[in-house]
Design a protein around this ligand. Structure first.
Ligand SMILES: C[S@@+](CC[C@H](N)C(=O)[O-])C[C@H]1O[C@@H](n2cnc3c(N)ncnc32)[C@H](O)[C@@H]1O
Length: 290
């Protein structure tokens, strides 16, 4: 069979992605990950997947699509996810956001638990990327709460769809870009400098457990429960509204009664139907399960 856009290409070439294959691939990606590439993101998808085709020595997207949707290409799904996801993140990404967590949300959760012996506070970083967000939370808990409330245990679940980024997160090693917002006294206390890099110390890392969870997979989402605070920051933007809707209600179901939910600092649940009670905290919106 001859395909119109299948030709041989020099190593540096961009393999053309036809409109038909773009639509087929984006439907597949939407179904498997919840991520939607709009029409104007055609060339973005092409440039993200180009290296995958080269690595597999494929010359046409027909072959790539046939491969990834076949049993033999099962493992390619995770490589594709790593190629298409944006992992931009850093420690203390939004100071105001983490201030609200420290000054308002964690104290309120502690109050809910105070008279219950062997209490555990469970926090879920739902799109944790390289670990900067869950480790930031662990630093806040370690620095401000763990000694003060020895009878309460803290546990942070950090999840992402991208297995490569989870492996990186588990190593806990960061460059100066990632740690640029960490206050100096916290950097000195909770990181070990290794040349130009910074490794998160075990006393912080021990509070964080990593897991691969796809926000768009209802079965995987149902496995998470008893959460006191869930954070879903800077990821809902990649999903169309019907996926956002499902993700938000799955997170709602994962929370304990009166559990808290936060999206990214500049994000809201505007346009999404939900049962949360909203509270404005400074410039940020906090949601609480009723
Ligand atoms: C821009 S990063 C945000 C990281 C962090 N939450 C922050 O705000 O700094 C977006 C992350 O969402 C993850 N992601 C994308 N689609 C996902 C899905 N369906 N399920 C879980 N994680 C997903 C990506 O792999 C990426 O690590």
């Amino acid at each position: 069979m001859k395909y119109p856009d299948r030709q041989s290409h020099a190593p540096g070439d961009v393999i053309p992605l036809s409109s038909r294959l773009f639509e087929q691939l984006r439907d597949y990606i939407l179904k498997r990950t919840g991520i939607f590439f709009q029409d104007n993101k055609h060339y973005l998808l092409q440039s993200r997947l180009n290296a995958r085709l080269k690595a597999l020595k494929l010359h046409a997207y027909e072959d790539y699509y046939a491969y990834i949707t076949s049993p033999a290409g099962k493992g390619e799904f995770t490589r594709m996810v790593s190629a298409i996801t944006i992992n931009e993140t850093y420690f203390f990404r939004s100071e105001e956001h983490f201030n609200i967590i420290q000054k308002s949300i964690i104290p309120r959760i502690i109050k809910q638990k105070e008279n219950k012996p062997h209490s555990k506070i469970r926090i879920w970083s739902t799109a944790c990327s390289g670990g900067d967000e869950p480790y930031t939370l662990a630093i806040i808990l370690q620095h401000h709460f763990i000694k003060k409330y020895p009878h309460i245990q803290f546990e942070i679940l950090a999840s992402d769809i991208d297995p490569d980024i989870i492996q990186k997160a588990k190593k806990g090693i960061y460059n100066t870009y990632a740690i640029r917002n960490v206050p100096k006294h916290l950097l000195e206390k909770y990181f070990e400098q290794q040349g130009d890099l910074y490794k998160i110390k075990a006393e912080i890392a021990q509070h964080v457990a990593f897991k691969k969870i796809n926000l768009a997979d209802p079965m995987e989402m149902m496995s998470i429960h008893s959460v006191d605070l869930a954070i879903c920051a800077n990821v809902l933007i990649y999903f169309p509204n019907q996926v956002r809707q499902k993700v938000v209600s799955a997170i709602y179901n994962s929370l304990n009664a009166q559990g808290y939910f936060m999206v990214g600092f500049s994000e809201t649940l505007f346009g999404i139907e939900h049962k949360f009670q909203k509270t404005r905290d400074g410039k940020s919106m906090t949601y609480q399960k009723r």
